[in-house]
Ligand binder design. Structure first.
Ligand SMILES: Nc1ncnc2c1ncn2[C@@H]1O[C@H](COP(=O)(O)OP(=O)(O)OP(=O)(O)O)[C@@H](O)[C@H]1O
Ligand SMILES: [Mg+2]
Length: 308
């Protein structure tokens, strides 16, 4: 497999804050590579250094064999970039801006087809300022793709989209891979990384804490299972942690999640709840997901991380 993106010992600080801390990885040709992690993990800093938009303090980056800082003028024709935060004057029209940006490139894809694929065909004459957040997001995806790039960078492409629009974007991104493009995306949705990416780098506090296929990452949990229920009484459930086979207990308001290793622990948890007079409803067991991988690696859920 040939590496389209090579990152070695990358480091970037803002004052005393180390945003990216000795990060190394490769992205292979034709894969969907995802970088996932909570707010502030360093995803945007990493992706924008690779795009040539920010300068690293240390380390090496190669994209299609080029240095994104020094060879930016050549690279810009071969990559497509959708930024996490971008804007346009409110009185530019969708179709106009796509054609205008397209005119900078020798090679482009058909703007109408692109708008159709992204569900924006009816909006071709609409003003940018009149688009919804999700439509703006998709317009920026179209702008990233107008030059038929070999490598596509998508920074939080599905943030702000409703579940249906998010699934449409996933299909669209898979379609890009089927055309042979390489995709590097960031997301803080674990389920998006799991559903969409061939390989995933989990980032936390500026470091990659794990990198593999979603299936291998989940397998690394060695069969940890999860049961979830809603507590009807306001009891302290820390007694559940004493049960053998239980690895962890998390509580979010009324919802309790108990992690354990052998399926016997489920029965033991139910017995303990009964013994303590704790009533519950909506009990279910759940197969492990990437969210559980993050928890096992960091001791926190993404949600806790983002609330703190
Ligand atoms: N231009 C900047 N100047 C100063 N600090 C910055 C700058 N950009 C990012 N940071 C800080 O660096 C850290 C990493 O930010 P970054 O935007 O790379 O994270 P992220 O993983 O993309 O987060 P999010 O999920 O919220 O987009 C954060 O603590 C952020 O506050
Ligand atoms: Mg970001």
């Amino acid at each position: 497999m040939s590496a389209v993106i090579e990152v070695t010992h990358l480091r970037k600080s803002y004052g005393s804050l180390v945003a990216v801390n000795d990060v190394s990885f490769e992205v292979y040709e034709g894969e969907i590579f995802g970088m996932v992690g909570p707010n502030g993990a360093g995803k945007t800093t990493t992706i924008e250094i690779i795009e040539g938009l920010r300068c690293p303090d240390a380390g090496q980056v190669r994209v299609l064999g080029l240095d994104p800082t020094q060879d930016y003028d050549r690279l810009v024709y071969r990559i497509g970039v959708q930024l996490q935060e971008a804007s346009l004057p409110s009185r530019v029209r969708v179709g106009e801006i796509l054609n205008t940006i397209g005119a900078f490139y020798d090679r482009t894809v058909d703007a109408e087809t692109l708008l159709g694929q992204l569900g924006l065909a009816e909006k071709r004459n609409a003003f940018f300022g009149k688009l919804s957040g999700g439509q703006k997001q998709r317009l920026f995806a179209a702008l990233a793709l107008i030059n038929d790039p070999e490598v596509v960078f998508l920074d939080e492409i599905s943030t702000g989209l409703d579940p249906k629009a998010r699934r449409n974007i996933w299909e669209f991104v898979r379609g890009l891979r089927n055309q042979g493009k390489t995709i590097f995306l960031t997301t803080h949705y674990m389920e998006e990384a799991e559903a969409l990416c061939d390989r995933v780098a989990i980032m936390d506090y500026g470091r990659i804490v794990a990198l593999d296929t979603p299936a291998n990452l989940i397998r690394s949990l060695e069969g940890e299972q999860r049961m979830i229920f809603e507590l009807l009484d306001n009891v302290d459930v820390s007694f559940l942690e004493e049960i053998s086979g239980v690895t962890r207990v998390r509580r979010h308001h009324r919802e309790v999640t108990v992690y354990g290793r052998n399926s016997r622990f489920i029965e033991d948890v139910l017995l303990a709840l009964r013994a303590h007079g704790a009533h519950y409803r909506n009990l279910r067991t759940v197969e492990p997901t990437l969210e559980d991988v993050f928890l096992a690696l960091t001791g926190r859920t993404i949600r806790e991380q983002e609330e703190s």
